[in-house]
Design a protein around this ligand. Structure first.
Ligand code: FES
Length: 119
């Protein structure tokens, strides 16, 4: 189990029992809207903000590897946040957060009020 950075504070998101296949759970973490998503056994925590026009991704569709914004159809890699389709158009990556476990609780490491990113 990876320890959170020494200068951070653990922010609990969900207990292990709340996780399930198909989960898309919005959670407000201080000033940041995050989404906990699970497809199959993989759990990811991302910022709920499309890299295209910044709309919330709460109603996005999710596969094991990507999340797709319902507005214009950009898809993003859930590990590195990069857009994976429509390469010919301008679009920023989404933010992917690094996750930690404390016992049965999934959470984030908060530094200066913001969750730490995975990359
Ligand atoms: S706002 Fe998300 S794809 Fe355009």
């Amino acid at each position: 189990m990876t320890q959170i950075p020494a200068n951070s504070v653990f922010y609990p998101l969900l207990n292990k029992q709340a996780l399930h296949d198909g989960l898309i759970q919005p959670i407000q973490v201080h000033q940041t809207a995050v989404l906990v998503v699970q497809q199959g056994h993989k759990v990811h925590v991302i910022e709920s903000k499309c890299g295209h026009f910044g709309v919330p991704l709460d109603t996005a569709s999710v596969t094991e590897t990507t999340i797709t914004c319902p507005v214009h159809g950009f898809s993003f890699d859930l590990v590195n946040g990069r857009p994976v389709n429509r390469e010919w158009e301008n679009c920023d990556p989404i933010t992917v957060f690094r996750t930690y476990w404390q016992g049965d609780t999934l959470g984030l490491a908060i530094i200066d009020g913001k969750p730490t990113q995975s990359i």
